[in-house]
Design a binder for this molecule. Structure first.
Ligand SMILES: *[C@@H]1O[C@H](CO)[C@@H](O)[C@H](O)[C@H]1NC(C)=O
Ligand SMILES: *[C@@H]1O[C@H](CO)[C@@H](O)[C@H](O)[C@H]1NC(C)=O
Ligand SMILES: *[C@@H]1O[C@H](CO)[C@@H](O)[C@H](O)[C@H]1NC(C)=O
Ligand SMILES: *[C@@H]1O[C@H](CO)[C@@H](O)[C@H](O)[C@H]1NC(C)=O
Ligand SMILES: *[C@@H]1O[C@H](CO)[C@@H](O)[C@H](O)[C@H]1NC(C)=O
Ligand SMILES: *[C@@H]1O[C@H](CO)[C@@H](O)[C@H](O)[C@H]1NC(C)=O
Ligand SMILES: *[C@@H]1O[C@H](CO)[C@@H](O)[C@H](O)[C@H]1NC(C)=O
Ligand SMILES: *[C@@H]1O[C@H](CO)[C@@H](O)[C@H](O)[C@H]1NC(C)=O
Ligand SMILES: *[C@@H]1O[C@H](CO)[C@@H](O)[C@H](O)[C@H]1NC(C)=O
Ligand SMILES: *[C@@H]1O[C@H](CO)[C@@H](O)[C@H](O)[C@H]1NC(C)=O
Length: 398
């Protein structure tokens, strides 16, 4: 190591009045993660970790943060993954990597990007993965899990390889002003590039901009008190609850409010997913003030394959509300890029493609499902339809 590098490394960490600031050092063409991992044991409390502006860092290996308390991670420079797909796959399989960046827990943790347009990007070079059709040994992007009092703001993710943010088990989260740019430039499809997977309690997601190829938002089992609002979603699979009840799991999702969201060129706007044979309850879920344009199924409500006689259970749904939807249904010939099965995995038997609402409920599993002020046009001008068997819903109102 040359003396100048030594100097840089030794001055990268500074503690002033009990607060430690670490500027992540950078070596051209080398992996920059090692230097951060070496310093992390000294950065678990009262620290700022800064990827500085003006530098493009090489994020060639995964980062797992230990439990953190009062720590801010600021991505003010650019971060780039390796473009060596096989190399990343080797790391994923040999180190059993799920997320490339993993926060394992703690208190008062902020993950902050940059508001400068030229800086603060994390470029995962996902396009090459999508073009090659690689669906295995893919790293997801950022797990922000088991954190109490967390913030994710101003983050900018370019071409993630797969899922982007997951917040499982966190409590009191504010995620805002984040951008995910995950549309494909070619005919290949950006499979499984879910935007925000909200698991946990008391979370506010707002002012996020998401272009992707899977759920824009997915609210998973155990989630409570989730608000997702004032956002834009394009190209993906909608604002989803679930899937709940897989393999007989007992679902518990409560108090979800999704409002003021624009959905463009998407499979669904609002969507509820549950598995036959599941158990438990999803209650008090509202989607309101949703604008959509070019959406195949604007409102795919509680629905599921009919329970069979071996296990007639289903996830129960209660107090669902869909209000103020308006927009345009894509009823022109179109096959969404994720349609790789025949029939398409998203085909709804007997639907005509002109339905604004599809409810297909099993009797006795749903109560108090309301739709109000739903207005839609089809692209072709054909009349809009609704698919729902009223006998399956109690206390419903339109
Ligand atoms: C972090 O700072 C807080 C208050 O500034 C202080 O109470 C706490 O002891 C510090 N923690 C550590 C590990 O230094
Ligand atoms: C929380 O962390 C931030 C740094 O992200 C720090 O400025 C603030 O003082 C911390 N809050 C408390 C209560 O320690
Ligand atoms: C930072 O990365 C983004 C996304 O790749 C790119 O558009 C921008 O030009 C980069 N900034 C600099 C200064 O290279
Ligand atoms: C709705 O969200 C958009 C951002 O997508 C925002 O500009 C607008 O102010 C929000 N409207 C309300 C009523 O909050
Ligand atoms: C329903 O959820 C909303 C927000 O998502 C919350 O404000 C309200 O208190 C909840 N109502 C009940 C009865 O739990
Ligand atoms: C019924 O569903 C259960 C799981 O819910 C499954 O194990 C079983 O094989 C199914 N039976 C039939 C006849 O499809
Ligand atoms: C079906 O649901 C009931 C009531 O929630 C539960 O007691 C039972 O164990 C469930 N059966 C299966 C096979 O999951
Ligand atoms: C119905 O929703 C639209 C927006 O989708 C809104 O402009 C309109 O005011 C709403 N009407 C009522 C009666 O709430
Ligand atoms: C529907 O939209 C109208 C007009 O913007 C607004 O006054 C009303 O509060 C909205 N209703 C709901 C439930 O959001
Ligand atoms: C589709 O419609 C036909 C004719 O009405 C009916 O027999 C069949 O059960 C329906 N299929 C489904 C899955 O609803």
């Amino acid at each position: 190591m040359r003396p100048s590098r030594l100097l840089l490394a030794s001055t990268a960490i500074a503690t002033v009045l009990g607060w430690t600031t670490f500027v992540v050092p950078h070596s051209p063409d080398k992996d920059d993660v090692g230097a951060l991992l070496d310093a992390l044991p000294r950065l678990t409390h009262n620290s700022s970790i800064i990827f500085q502006k003006g530098v493009t860092y090489n994020l060639f290996s995964p980062i797992t943060f230990p439990k953190l308390t009062n720590v801010e991670v600021a991505i003010e420079g650019n971060l780039t993954y390796s473009t060596n797909i096989a190399g990343i796959q080797d790391i994923v399989s040999s180190q059993n990597v799920n997320y490339w960046i993993t926060f394992t827990g703690g208190n008062n943790v902020t993950l902050r990007g940059s508001t400068e347009s030229e800086w603060g990007w994390i470029d995962a070079h996902g396009q090459a993965w999508w073009d090659a059709g690689i669906l295995d040994q893919r790293p997801n992007s950022i797990s922000f899990s088991h954190i109490t009092d967390g913030v994710i703001r101003d983050m900018k993710i370019l071409k993630p390889i797969a899922h982007v943010f997951a917040t499982g088990g966190s409590v009191n989260l504010h995620a805002f002003n984040n951008r995910i740019l995950s549309l494909s430039d070619t005919d290949s499809f950006p499979f499984n590039t879910d935007g925000f997977s909200a698991g946990g309690t008391n979370m506010l997601f707002e002012n996020n901009f998401i272009q992707n190829g899977d759920d824009c938002l997915t609210v998973g089992n155990g989630a409570k008190d989730i608000v997702f609002r004032d956002s834009y979603c394009e190209g993906g699979h909608g604002l989803s609850i679930g899937s709940l009840g897989k393999g007989g799991q007992v679902a518990d999702v409560q108090n979800v409010l999704i409002e003021n969201v624009t959905m463009v060129n998407s499979l669904y706007a609002a969507r509820f997913k549950s598995w036959t044979g599941g158990n438990g309850l999803a209650r008090n879920i509202t989607w309101r003030d949703i604008r959509f344009d070019g959406v195949l199924f604007p409102l795919l409500g509680p629905r599921g394959p009919r329970p069979n006689t071996t296990n007639p259970n289903n996830t129960h749904v209660q107090d669902f509300s869909f209000e103020n939807f308006s927009g345009i249904i894509r009823d022109t010939p179109f096959v969404e890029g994720s349609c790789v099965t025949d029939p398409c995995w998203y085909a709804v038997p007997n639907a005509t493609g002109k339905e604004v609402i599809i409810f297909d409920l099993y009797p006795g599993t749903a109560s108090n499902i309301r739709t109000q002020n739903i207005s839609a046009k089809t692209k072709t001008g054909a009349p809009v339809a609704v698919m729902c068997d009223p006998a399956t819903v109690s206390a419903s109102r339109r």
